[in-house]
Write a protein that binds this ligand. Sequence first.
Ligand SMILES: Nc1ncnc2c1ncn2[C@@H]1O[C@H](COP(=O)(O)OP(=O)(O)OP(=O)(O)O)[C@@H](O)[C@H]1O
Ligand SMILES: [Mg+2]
Length: 70
Amino acid sequence: MSEPVLSVRNLRVEFPKRSGVLTAIDGVSFDINPGEILGVVGESGAGKSLTGQAVIGLLEPPGRIAGGEI
Ligand SMILES: Nc1ncnc2c1ncn2[C@@H]1O[C@H](COP(=O)(O)OP(=O)(O)OP(=O)(O)O)[C@@H](O)[C@H]1O
Ligand SMILES: [Mg+2]
């Protein structure tokens, strides 16, 4: 089988807050193989948009990738 075009492992996104750290995404992993289309379904606030923003490098500070690999 060919290599995935995108591989995300244990992605973690955090927002530092005055009162501590808000963990918005914790442990997201997926692969996208050549020719594959991935649909992401989840309730509002589940982290769909932040996952996409992290993958394409458009997280707005102070949001930050705090763990995992893309
Ligand atoms: N700038 C921010 N500061 C703090 N928390 C944030 C920020 N942006 C997003 N969050 C939190 O991160 C979580 C995931 O948000 P996200 O926008 O990725 O959800 P979503 O799955 O795309 O929701 P929707 O279906 O409503 O678009 C939510 O709990 C949200 O409150
Ligand atoms: Mg969204």
